[in-house]
Design a protein around this ligand. Structure first.
Ligand code: NDP
Length: 311
């Protein structure tokens, strides 16, 4: 019987950690780290983050491509994809980490922490009477594997939460909206808007000048998805004019954010370097292995991506 192999490619993920985690699940699978791929005809599975152009064509018997992360915008936009199922990662650690980031960003605004940070810099005791969390309306755009649990966690904490997705959702404590009307309702109704929609042809520039204008005066924006969902010059203008009260940004059109970028000095912006969530190999390997088992049985993988839809 010929060997069955998986090829791993990533400039940012640790191949040793992935080898250990995946071999524990599938000891019979030969784990090969590109460019040491041996006989490419033995490679049935690819576990990759941003491989070079033409990478997939080198494996004539490929049956599954798994993206080493949740965001597949860079992968599905490639013109060298081969017609095999594509899956993405999802693991409990990544879901928890994203929820923690969103809870942090939303709670920081809900509890007026930026006001106290600013007051402390001036050495001033500035009292702001706390508000009940239920009075604070939060809108979460994108109710997927990461957005759904983040919205549910905010609702469990007591915030009044609305969510927006393509299809209607049933998430306890979260009022579901869809369509352009739903988006406009959430933007005009929320004090804090969280962006967790994936970057696709449909969603690029989702939050532009018109959408920012719909937001309440003093409202806050949190973007933990992809920079291109938000029109950065329009965001800077909305913050500079005081229409928007603040923004927490983990993702940017250009990363790393250039030192000369206006966002660094725009008032009321908190910048984090694309750290909202990461994949934990020990947890994610279970799903990667299960996807491989499913593909072996002729079934679709877990967390399958639809390239035409873009996520
Ligand atoms: P999913 O693909 O699981 O979910 C996407 C959600 O967005 C779904 O609810 C979907 O609706 C909705 N959606 C997609 N397109 C549209 C649209 N055009 N209009 C309305 N709703 C839409 O994504 P995840 O929740 O797993 O992740 C979201 C994003 O987070 C990723 O794409 C990635 O870019 C980013 N990310 C960022 C990280 C960071 O560290 N900053 C780390 C990991 C991910 P429906 O459910 O109806 O299909």
């Amino acid at each position: 019987m010929s060997k069955e192999a998986l090829v791993f490619y990533s400039a940012v993920d640790d191949p040793a950690a992935w080898r250990e985690a995946l071999t524990a699940e599938l000891p019979e699978l030969d784990f090969r780290v590109a460019p040491e791929i041996g006989d490419p005809s033995e490679v049935s599975y690819a576990l990759v983050w941003s491989p070079p152009a033409g990478f997939f064509a080198g494996f004539p018997n490929l049956k599954l491509v798994t993206n080493l992360g949740a965001g597949v915008d860079a992968l599905v936009r490639r013109d060298d994809l081969v017609p095999v199922p594509i899956s993405r990662l999802n693991d409990p650690g990544m879901v928890q980490m994203m929820a923690s980031y969103i809870i942090f960003a939303v709670t920081r605004y809900a509890r007026d922490i930026p006001v106290f940070e600013e007051a402390q810099r001036r050495g001033e005791w500035t009292y702001v009477h706390p508000r009940a969390l239920s009075e604070i309306r939060v809108g979460v755009l994108g109710l997927g594997e990461l957005g759904g649990p983040a919205a549910a966690a905010l609702a469990r904490m007591g915030f009044t939460v609305s969510g927006w997705s393509r299809s209607a959702k049933r998430i306890e404590g979260v009022t579901s909206f869809t369509g352009r009307d739903g988006l406009e309702h959430i933007l005009s109704d929320s004090e804090i808007v969280v962006v967790l929609v994936p970057l696709t042809r449909d969603s690029e520039g989702l939050i532009g000048a018109a959408e920012l204008a719909l937001m309440k005066k003093g409202a806050k924006l949190v973007n933990a998805s992809r920079g291109r969902l938000v029109d950065e010059p329009a965001l800077i203008a909305a913050l500079a004019s005081g229409h928007l009260g603040g923004a927490t940004l983990d993702v940017f059109v250009e990363e790393p954010l250039p030192a000369s970028h206006t966002l660094w000095t725009t008032p009321n912006v908190l910048i984090t370097p694309h750290i909202a969530s990461i994949t934990v190999p020990s947890g994610a390997a279970r799903d990667v292995a299960e996807s491989i088992r499913r593909v072996r049985r002729g079934e679709p993988p877990l967390h399958e991506v639809h390239p035409m839809r873009g996520y």
